[in-house]
Design a protein around this ligand. Structure first.
Ligand code: DAT
Ligand code: MG
Length: 172
């Protein structure tokens, strides 16, 4: 089996609502391997710059804005994109890298549908959220995007390669 990586992020509403432990716990208990974890606060200047749609090619704000646009590169022309950026930058987020065979699709299942009202009970969004604009968690949608997003949100030295003691009890 091909080992994959996925980028999972608890969005600001998940952090503010005290759901970080519950969300991490679901991936941990499932048996995936955590390889990166940090709390990240988008610089206030950037958050404001994003809300104002202020653009200057040569300043830091624009670098960060481009970085967020790269993260959501399929969505950055959608009408809801400015609101999405305002939401994502409105408070600390928890950035995670998870590894395992089939982790990308499985994490999407654990997370549930984009619209929490359509998400199945038992999924993170199905259990913990009510609106698309506050759907508490992000998960990469393909192995390529998993790699790409981990590369965007983590520096090299921030990721750990390790062998969990339980590995031999998870797979024959
Ligand atoms: P997902 O997060 O399930 O992968 P997505 O990649 O299509 O969904 O969209 C990314 C985020 O953008 C999503 O979690 C919430 C927001 N979003 C998507 N569609 C939206 C819509 N129609 N209205 C408002 N926000 C939306
Ligand atoms: Mg997506």
């Amino acid at each position: 089996e091909q080992v994959e990586e996925t980028y999972i992020m608890v969005k600001p509403d998940g952090v503010q609502r005290g759901l970080v432990g519950d969300i991490i716990s679901r991936f941990e208990k499932k048996g995936f391997k955590l390889t990166g974890l940090k709390l990240f606060q988008c610089p206030k200047d950037l958050a404001e710059a994003c809300c104002w749609e202020f653009i200057d090619d040569f300043n830091l704000f624009n670098i960060y804005l481009q970085w967020l646009q790269e993260h959501y590169k399929d969505l950055n022309s959608k009408p809801f994109f400015p609101k999405l950026i305002e939401y994502i930058t409105s408070g600390p987020v928890v950035c995670m890298a998870w590894e395992g065979a089939g982790v990308v699709a499985s994490a999407r299942k654990l997370i549930g549908s984009t619209d929490p009202l359509q998400a199945e009970p038992g999924t993170i969004r199905g259990d913990l959220a009510v609106q698309t604009g506050r759907n508490v968690v992000h998960g990469s949608d393909s192995p390529e995007n998993g790699k790409r997003e981990i590369g965007l949100w983590f520096k090299e030295g921030e990721l750990c390669q390790w062998t969990p003691a339980q590995a031999q009890w998870l797979r024959e």
